[in-house]
Design a binder for this molecule. Sequence first.
Ligand SMILES: [Zn+2]
Length: 341
Amino acid sequence: MKKIFAAAVLLFTVTSLHTFAQQKQLKVVTTLNYLKYVTEQVGGDKVTVTALANPKQDPHYVTPTPRMNEVTTNADLFIENGLSLDLWAKNVIDASGNPNIGVGNPGHLIATINVPVKELPTEVSRAWGDIHPQGNPHIWLDPLNIRIVAENIAARLQQLDPDNSAYYQQHLDAFKHHLDEKMYGSELLDLLGKKGGDILTRKTKDGELYSWLSSRHLSSKLGGWMKMAEPLQGKEIISYHKTYIYFADRFGLKIAGELEEKPGIPPPAQHRDEIVDLVKRDGVKVILNDNFYSTDAAEYVASKTNAKVIVTYIDVYSSPEANTYENLITYLLEKILKAES
Ligand SMILES: [Zn+2]
């Protein structure tokens, strides 16, 4: 009898603990898939994350569906890119009827806070103002911005779930260290010790990485993406949309021009021909065309020049090569390096 009672108590305890663990998992909904990926790295097994957009879709234009409202109804946290990229998020939030995730509440997070935004409308032509009214929102193809996004997400998870604060901090530190290894190579990071990632990040942001490494006789120790990108320094590329500004600046590429003159409108013949002239004049070899845009204009330019069209995926989980954020960056660099060689 005693044994049966003990077994029943044990079963009850195990079931309760299990239920408790399930209850403690925060339900997170993100607009884009890179945000899901980062949240999973930082949140580990304390979160379940659903991304709303298809990673192959144009992130500017996503049509809310009943399924999106369903997964959002019980969310503890809704994470969006912000910067007017995923404006469609507002419709989903409103339709969910979930007060926790309303804008301004702890359950709503704009992941790009503190990211230095480029191409603010006051600084550049207003021609792009209608699609990028808060500056260029395509911040995530710069790994240093992902460090900031990860910090923002970790801080919000800690606020919503303070009991697991140390867990999120540990996961954030590990993810940042992993990104640093991908960025600079593990040999260099090991040599520089605990603060190495922060030092290299600062030097890179200040544009002093190469001179700093050289002054310390560490240039030969550089690895990772920054080493991979060395042959790309100063190379000009064309892109369809203004998707690659942050990526190009980080890895030393120059965007010579965009095929898309006005967002959402196929490039007029005159603009295509101006790009043809530019490609010929500067010997541009690469045209990046996001997978969800027509390649007609890019193919036209390629047919008149020596440039190659690369159809690119820009979000995590969009293709087998881009099954992680890290692999997405490696895939983009490899594609461009191959076309440049
Ligand atoms: Zn855009």
